[in-house]
Design a protein around this ligand. Structure first.
Ligand code: 5AD
Length: 506
């Protein structure tokens, strides 16, 4: 089995709502069974609860169940019965090439693969080359104003491509998928005549029909939200065969209604994937999640815990459901349970009513927790949200940006300090591929999901009598860390190993 990192997305309410996903790494075990777990047999017997948990995990599906590569490429297109105004032939993709571009969050990565899965079954081909595409689909994000602006700009670029193409034989079709389609609906079709189709997050099954309608030169849209669509039968986990990570989506939508957030309006009501009641399983795990991360080598020791603000007053206005104190308590609990855990967070600068004192509270939270990774944003008011109706977007833009800069500076200082602790340590790294910045370096992730860069040199394979090899994506290597910044670690690669063979380092 190809080693995979698997990301379980499990958003929950209250302080725990922030534990949004787990990174699981498969061991390079020879056996094909249950790649997500490789517990030592002795450990399993130690504790009845754990044993029970292990056997429940073991009874679950293997990763092969989820992989697209399990699909037979020769499989005939699975074209549904056409509506009365379309023929079967018109409804099928007829080998037209689709180019998919993804913006935004992990759910959008997942949505892209769902949309692709639907189109592939309907006889479309996928291309990674924009120039040869017959259909270009943008999986869009509405979370912040800037995210939408990026997509408007991209549409202007694509307009030129389409105009050029109109003179050729096959007209280029352009579609907007996901949150922006849902939020703006026909406004997009009216504003950008070159957009042919719109599909909201719950309408991806309808893509073949929408594209078939577009073929006749009409614009087509489906932005209906659903109470129960989870795409569970489309593809529980999507990944390219060479990828080292995959997203396992266990729910869609959100009912939390945080006062700044557009998501409940673009993704609709919260609903869980029914398959094997995955959500229930994750809920049952809540305290056990920490135990599991602590004791299993194949689960990354990393938790994303979005705080949004360090001020209890602002957290209340945001309707986050926890105070600063509860959040800090949770951080201590996590750190005690999983020594060396890597923590990441999201923060919003300049939320409605945020005072200088509130802002300083956020600065102090960043100092107190010392995150390893951070995602920091200036607040942008989103229509339909509770904040839009009830609160005033009263922090001036320049103040928001100044506060954001301050948060970024403090985050970087603290992350640099936190990462310094790794210098001199030998870490187990899952190789992802060639470094973006240097063709002679490789890039991978350590157990805290931090990026590690190291030279691509010949190394010994300790699991294969010391044969000399070059590390490939998906391999595990040991790297001695020599320097760090706020974002990455750098080091010397020592050898290739396996999850099983490597013991804890540093
Ligand atoms: N303005 C600024 N940031 C926002 N986020 C969500 N909505 C907004 C908004 N209206 C940020 C939060 C969230 C992340 C995905 O985006 O920090 O955790």
């Amino acid at each position: 089995m190809h080693p995979l990192q698997c990301v379980l997305q499990a958003q929950r309410r209250g302080p725990w709502a922030s534990v949004s996903w787990l990174l699981l790494r498969t061991c390079r075990a020879q056996s094909s069974v249950h790649g997500t777990t490789c517990p030592g047999p002795e450990r399993q017997q130690e504790n009845g609860v754990r044993k029970d948990f292990s056997s429940r995990l073991a009874a679950g599906p293997t990763f092969q169940h989820f992989l697209r590569s399990a699909l037979d490429p020769q499989e005939k297109p699975d074209v549904e019965d056409p509506p009365p105004y379309l023929t079967v032939d018109e409804l099928s993709g007829r080998q037209r090439k689709v180019y998919l571009e993804t913006y935004g969050c992990q759910m959008n990565v997942n949505d892209t693969e769902i949309a692709w899965s639907v189109l592939q079954k309907s006889g479309y081909l996928r291309t990674r080359n924009l120039q040869e595409a017959d259909v270009i689909l943008l999986v869009t994000c509405s979370i912040r104003e800037k995210a939408e602006q990026t997509i408007w700009n991209r549409l202007h670029q694509l307009k030129a491509l389409k105009t050029k193409r109109l003179r050729s034989q096959v007209p280029l079709r352009i579609g907007i998928l996901g949150c922006m389609a849902e939020r703006l609906k026909e406004e997009i079709l009216n504003r950008e005549k070159m957009v042919d189709i719109l599909a909201g997050p719950d309408a991806y099954r309808d893509l073949p029909r929408l594209l078939a309608v577009a073929e006749s030169g009409q614009q087509a849209a489906n932005v209906l939200l659903s109470l129960d669509e989870t795409y569970a039968d489309v593809m529980p986990v999507q990944t390219s065969p060479s990828a080292t990570s995959a997203f396992v989506s266990i729910m869609r939508g959100c009912d939390n209604m945080c006062s700044y957030c557009i998501v409940p309006f673009t993704r609709g009501r919260e609903r869980s994937r029914p398959v094997a009641s995955i959500l229930e399983e994750v809920r049952k795990l809540s305290e056990q999640v920490l135990q599991l991360i602590h004791e299993r080598d194949n689960i990354c020791k990393q938790i994303h815990l979005p705080a949004q603000s360090g001020s209890s007053r602002v957290l209340e206005a945001m309707r986050r459901g926890y105070s600063r104190e509860a959040y800090v308590e949770l951080v201590h609990h996590i750190r005690e349970s999983i020594p060396g855990v890597s923590l990441s967070s999201d923060f919003i600068a300049g939320f409605c009513g945020e005072t200088e004192e509130d802002h300083l509270q956020t600065v102090s939270l960043l100092r107190e927790v010392q995150y390893n990774m951070g995602f920091l944003f200036a607040y942008s008011m989103r229509q339909k949200t509770r904040a839009y109706h009830r609160l005033k977007d009263d922090v001036p833009e320049e103040v928001k940006l100044r506060r954001l800069e301050e948060l970024i500076t403090v985050f970087r200082e603290e992350a640099t300090k936190a990462n310094m602790a790794s210098v001199g340590c030998t870490q187990l790294v899952l190789v992802e591929g060639v470094s973006k910045r240097s063709a002679t370096d490789l890039c991978g992730r350590n157990d805290g999901n931090l990026k590690v860069i190291f030279p691509n040199v010949e190394i010994e394979d300790v699991s294969n009598s010391g044969v000399r090899v070059r590390a490939q994506p998906g391999d595990y290597v040991l790297v001695k860390i020599t320097s760090t910044s706020s974002q990455t670690l750098k080091g010397h690669v020592l050898c290739r190993t396996t999850l099983k063979d490597s013991s804890a380092y540093c």
